[in-house]
Design a protein around this ligand. Structure first.
Ligand SMILES: Cc1cc2nc3c(=O)[nH]c(=O)nc-3n(C[C@H](O)[C@H](O)[C@H](O)COP(=O)(O)O)c2cc1C
Ligand SMILES: CCCCC(=O)C(=O)O
Length: 398
């Protein structure tokens, strides 16, 4: 890995852009519409200031935390991200191995390009793994997918609730983004028989090609309707259940004993509903600015959600985490851990498993140093008073 040099995670995106095909980079990097939420996810962190405490013994700093009863080396999970073999031939396997080597969990996407069981196996040395669930209209298929994940050794489910349809991602429309030839959505194929007409032999759920047999009927309409989106978004909307409500949590409980987290919550009201519905964890997220544009930055949404949850279940957050201080702010404002998205894909594209490990290690070292400078020998020392929100900045009182 000696040839891969970077000092911090913000440097990675332009480096990755040089090695990835334009369509793939565009899909990974972009947000929806004006990308205002995408930018705000990052900008928000410099609006909040950290107030350190002095004269605390920080000769030993402990970054560990627990989640679902397991110890994590530091409070970071790898966010679920689709189609990782577009970045590197080892794709999800490399990411899973890197997470295990660093002692943190990976969340495997439903839309993986390696089968979920193989990804779980590759991460066997790690503390735990989640399976991210997209809920298809075909519930028999969903049940089989969930039970396959449970049998394969996943420790929890993360149901994504912010994507009844994919957001309007204009880069993907411009680039006519498709899954490259030779790659497959492995988790959907193996269980294809239960997709009814949407089987492997008639792949109507197949973002590989917007102009596939199943897509042909709507092809002409798509050309004339800007709202139709990329091939991926068309096939997503054909298959994902946009009628999902909180009643789904009870159904999911009836088919699995795995803990159920919901990912994509931004309001305190929804966090309340989720806890009432019996979820085991809440993930504050705007999907990396890829769904509703102008939704609030995750860090801005976090404090009210954490207050509503009141420690009844773990609260995770993602969106724009790039620095150790970002993790400290999220935890001080009520998160139990954070998820890291795009930088993992950049590390993967640039250096496979080793590249991902270097990304994680860089973040871990920044976290440890910043905890020391904050006067926090452990994560338990972090508290709300250590973060000044914009209206509490010392300058705001002048
Ligand atoms: C390329 C890409 C693919 C993604 N795929 C999924 C997915 O399959 N399921 C999901 O719940 N979220 C998905 N997300 C959202 C991430 O899990 C996460 O919420 C977001 O990327 C975090 O923001 P960050 O990239 O700024 O760290 C994806 C994000 C990206 C960038
Ligand atoms: C078709 C897969 C969608 C994955 C996803 O959630 C994203 O691209 O944000």
């Amino acid at each position: 890995m000696s040839e891969l040099f970077f000092q911090n995670l913000d440097e990675l995106e332009p480096l990755a852009e040089q090695v990835l095909p334009k369509t793939v980079f565009g899909y990974y990097a972009s947000g929806s519409e004006t990308e205002s939420t995408l930018r705000d996810n990052r900008a928000v962190f410099s609006r909040y200031r950290l107030m350190p405490r002095m004269m605390v013994d920080v000769s030993n700093v402990d970054t560990t935390c627990t989640l679902l009863g397991r110890e994590l080396a530091y409070p970071v999970l790898i966010a679920p991200m689709a189609m990782q073999c577009m970045a590197h031939p080892d794709g999800e396997l490399a990411v899973s191995r890197a997470a295990a080597a660093e002692g943190i969990p990976m969340v495997q996407s439903t839309m993986g390009t390696v089968g979920l069981a193989d990804v779980r196996q590759a991460g066997a040395g790690g503390p735990l793994m989640f399976f991210q669930l997209y809920v298809f209209k075909n519930r028999a298929f969903v049940r089989q997918l969930v039970q396959h994940a449970e049998r394969s050794g996943y420790n929890g489910l993360m149901v994504t609730v912010d994507a009844p349809f994919l957001g309007k991602r204009e880069a993907d429309e411009r680039n006519n983004f498709k899954l490259p030839d030779g790659l497959r959505l492995a988790n959907l194929e193996g269980l294809g028989a239960n997709l009814g007409k949407e089987t492997a032999s008639n792949p109507s759920f197949n973002p590989v090609d917007a102009n596939s047999v199943a897509g042909a009927a709507t092809r002409d309409a798509a050309v004339h309707d800007a709202g139709e989106g990329s091939g991926v978004s068309k096939h997503f909307s054909d298959n994902i259940d946009a009628s999902l409500t909180w009643a789904f949590v009870a159904w999911l409980r009836s088919v699995t004993s795995l803990p159920i987290f919901v990912k994509g919550i931004l309001s305190a009201a929804d966090a309340e509903r989720g806890v009432d519905a019996g979820v085991d964890g809440i993930v504050v997220s705007n999907h990396g600015g890829r769904q509703l544009d102008t939704a609030p930055a995750s860090l801005d949404a976090l404090p009210a959600v954490a207050a509503a949850v009141g420690k009844r279940v773990p609260v995770l957050m993602d969106g724009g985490i790039r620095r150790g201080t970002d993790i400290i702010k999220a935890l001080a404002l009520g998160a139990d851990a954070v998820l890291l998205g795009r930088p993992v894909l950049w590390g993967l594209a640039l250096g496979g498993q080793q590249g991902v490990q270097k990304v994680l290690e860089t973040l871990r070292k920044e976290l440890r140093l910043s905890m020391a400078l904050m006067g926090c020998p452990s994560l338990a020392h972090l508290n709300r008073r250590m973060v000044l929100v914009p209206w509490e900045h010392p300058s705001a009182r002048l």
